[in-house]
Design a protein. Structure first.
Length: 777
């Protein structure tokens, strides 16, 4: 089994062909030891990672829930302020048309809720009041008559204007995207992210439209501005950097806030300012498709991945170790759709587990080294005696047969092997002596055969083609002396009649290594040209590669074959002439019968002569087909049937206008001359009878002729028509008084076949007979 394993490994190219015994003994032991230790280490490491993953999942879930709850509470304050203001308007506690009474109310809410940046109200007329905490408490006022001009006042906590700071131009507040969305939807909601004026930080507005309770027309929009830097601050307080990082991002990848010191993104998501977040986007793919919590692991790698496809390993130079990442959707009833991305470093909670796993791996490595050392020592004890045995075997293989090895070995099996080897070495020495004697006798026999063979035999050097030895028949056939041949090449002697033959001969030997009965023309010393059958094979003779060649002179045989071929050609010409003359004579007979029929006034005699004329024509047509073909023993029955049927149809001119022929015969079917004439006569009788008795002139009719091979050596000839049917009691044997029917029965018997009549819409005569010769395609 182990040997089969090494054979398969060699076939697959995993190990070399020659493997030392020491490697054979050590390798399986080492491999299985490494496999077991590696499996234990792997399972231990996987168990540690699984424990870390479970702990990380629990921790990230808890942290994510805390972030979600805190973020919900903080964002809800903005809409809570708007709801309070809208309720005050609905209860007539404040009049949205009286801006002077609205300013103290807005300032009171700003001082009460310190988490918001500003609170504002804009009317449909263009009035706008906004309070914020920039440079203390400020009031920004825009009146309807000057919607593009804002006046900024220093204010106190009661909303009173203390000092006019500046007047500046601004866009009409009614064109702001948060105002337009509020008027368009008529529902509370959140604006898109935008930058605060003259600041690099992002902000978002919570808007609430106020409607007239009677007319349902908009009176204005309350707005609470939230600076996202405040979310950064409470995220840092919630999760210090050493325990992880939190990112709040939109679906398009725009970072809203984070617990890091990195600034939030611009309003465009195509930015490289946050590499960790970009790597997370590459890992997850389309952030817009996240509809549930997702967890995965990111780890520092020496180089970043080559592609942006999904992978569990990413390059984060600022992290330094594995991070567990959790992405949770954050959605509110007011239209916010963000993602909470939470990253927790593995070292924050799993250092002891990782250290324990590393210690287990070190212990496994120590056990592995000890086991391999023990295995190598044991293999060496077994391999050393086998090495001595191998050296002795190689010495015997190189011809040093007097080899003996020490049989005093502790291992019993090795000791028995050494003793058996010594006995075998003695037997090999004896057998070698016997082989030397047999080889000498074989060489003597070869020499006798070489010298006495009637064929020309030569031994040449494979490298340069020089003759090393030739037999007496070679010298006799080519007219050279031994001194003129030995040491020279066939080109030197001019043995090849055609120079290209030698090149082809050398190519065949190089490619195949042998040549068998190839015909060449050679030239003797006197210039005579002979035809020989050349056989050659590459052999090894006393360490030198040689070519053993045998040349059999077939010049007399070739001459006799040429004479026989000429004689056969003369006979073919004679046979063709015979068929031609027979055909001509039969045509003369047919013409005489036709002439006699034309001169005879008796209708019965005229019919007899016409029938005889068609029968003679059918036989003449056979010889015509043989004369036209190259095969004088067989004819193509398809061509024959076409010509005969068309001739008969033209003979009965009265039928030519309403009778058509359908001949379906495989053009590959040929029949012998012995069967061609009976088949032709029978076809003549059946077609003639159909034309004379089976067809009516009142309507169009068709005659069918088919010939097909039913079985391996059986042909079926079918002749039929779709004219008048035969009576039910009609049989060929009952009407054998007719010359035509007697002739059909005689021809069927001559073909050793059978005939059957089928009645129906068509009348069919079916003749089945054996094939006397094989089909010729």
């Amino acid at each position: 089994m182990l040997h089969d394993l090494f054979v398969r490994l060699h076939q697959w190219g995993l190990i070399p062909q020659k493997v030392p015994l020491r490697s054979v003994l050590i390798t399986p032991f080492v491999v299985q030891t490494i496999a077991i230790v590696g499996l234990v280490s792997y399972l231990s490491l996987q168990s540690g990672h699984q424990a870390v993953a479970n702990l990380a999942g629990q921790l990230t879930n808890q942290l994510s829930d805390r972030v979600h709850a805190a973020l919900t509470t903080r964002l809800e304050i903005s809409h809570q302020i708007n709801r309070l203001n809208a309720t005050a308007v609905r209860l007539n506690q404040i009049d949205p048309q009286q801006m002077t009474t609205l300013e103290p109310h807005l300032m009171a809410q700003l001082t009460e809720f310190d988490t918001v940046t500003s609170i504002a109200f804009a009317t449909e007329r263009g009035d706008w009041r906004s309070v914020d905490r920039q440079q203390g408490l400020r009031l920004v006022a825009v009146d309807a008559d000057t919607p593009n001009q804002a006046t900024i006042y220093q204010s106190d906590a009661d909303g009173d204007r203390l000092q006019r700071l500046e007047t500046t131009s601004m866009d009409d507040v009614r064109q702001s995207q948060w105002y337009l969305k509020a008027i368009e939807t008529g529902e509370p909601g959140w604006s898109d992210l935008f930058h605060l004026e003259n600041e690099s930080t992002l902000a978002v507005n919570a808007y609430y439209p106020v409607l007239d309770p009677k007319t349902e027309r908009p009176l204005g929009v309350f707005s609470v501005n939230l600076n996202l830097n405040q979310i950064d601050l409470f995220l840092k307080q919630l999760l210090p950097n050493r325990f992880g990082e939190v990112y709040i991002v939109e679906r398009n990848g725009l970072m809203v806030a984070s617990s890091t010191n990195r600034a939030a993104s611009s309003v465009s998501p195509d930015t490289d300012r946050h590499p960790p977040l970009n790597q997370i986007r590459q890992a997850v793919g389309n952030l817009a498709q996240i509809d549930k919590q997702q967890q995965f692991v990111m780890q520092v790698n020496e180089h970043p991945p080559a592609s942006s496809g999904w992978s569990n390993v990413f390059h984060f130079p600022h992290w330094g170790d594995r991070h567990y990442v959790e992405i949770t959707p954050f959605q509110t009833e007011w239209g916010l759709d963000w993602l909470i991305v939470l990253t927790v470093p593995e070292t924050a909670f799993a250092q002891d587990i990782i250290s324990n796993a590393h210690m287990t791996m070190l212990l496994c490595a120590g056990a592995l080294v000890g086991a391999i050392t023990l295995g190598v020592t044991m293999a060496e004890c077994i391999a050393r005696p086998m090495h001595h045995l191998s050296d002795a075997s190689q010495a015997i293989a190189s011809g040093k047969l007097n080899q003996q090895i020490d049989s005093k070995i502790i291992v019993n099996e090795l000791r028995i092997m050494a003793q058996s080897f010594n006995q075998m070495a003695t037997q090999v020495q004896q057998a070698f002596d016997q082989i030397k004697i047999a080889l000498q006798e074989s060489e003597e026999k070869f020499t006798k055969i070489f010298r006495c063979s009637p064929d020309a035999i030569s031994i040449t050097s494979f490298s340069d083609g020089r003759f090393l030895e030739v037999n007496d028949s070679f010298l006799k056939n080519y007219g050279y002396t031994r001194e003129e041949v030995i040491g020279h090449t066939s080109l030197d002697l001019g043995l090849w009649q055609q120079g290209g033959d030698r090149d082809w001969f050398v190519t065949q030997l190089n490619q195949v290594g042998r040549l068998h009965n190839s015909e060449f023309q050679v030239r003797t010393k006197l210039g005579d040209v002979k035809t020989v059958l050349f056989s050659a094979e590459i052999i090894d003779l006393e360490g030198e590669t040689c070519v053993l060649a045998v040349r059999q002179d077939i010049s007399d045989r070739k001459k006799a074959a040429d004479q026989l071929r000429a004689s056969l050609q003369e006979k073919e010409v004679l046979l063709s002439e015979i068929h031609h003359r027979v055909k001509n004579n039969l045509q003369i007979v047919s013409s005489l019968l036709d002439l006699q029929a034309n001169r005879t006034h008796d209708s019965q005699s005229r019919e007899i002569l016409a029938n005889s004329c068609s029968r003679v024509f059918s036989m003449a047509l056979v010889h015509e087909c043989l004369y036209r073909s190259q095969n004088f023993a067989e004819i193509n029955f398809a061509n024959y049937a076409h010509e005969l049927a068309n001739h008969l149809l033209s003979t009965y001119k009265t039928h030519s206008d309403f009778v058509s022929l359908s001949v379906n015969i495989d053009p590959k079917i040929v029949i012998s001359l012995k069967q061609a004439i009976p088949c032709g006569l029978m076809l003549n009788e059946l077609v003639t009878n159909a034309l004379k008795y089976g067809l009516s002139k009142s309507q169009s009719r068709q005659i069918y002729i088919t010939l097909k091979q039913e079985q391996e050596h059986l042909l079926t000839l079918v002749v039929g028509h779709d004219g008048d049917t035969l009576p039910e009691n009609f049989t060929l044997e009952g009407h054998n008084t007719s010359m035509g029917i007697r002739l059909i029965l005689t021809l069927v018997e001559q073909l050793e076949g059978s005939i059957d009549i089928q009645r129906g819409e068509q009348t069919l005569f079916k003749v089945t007979f054996p094939i006397h010769t094989a089909l010729v395609t």
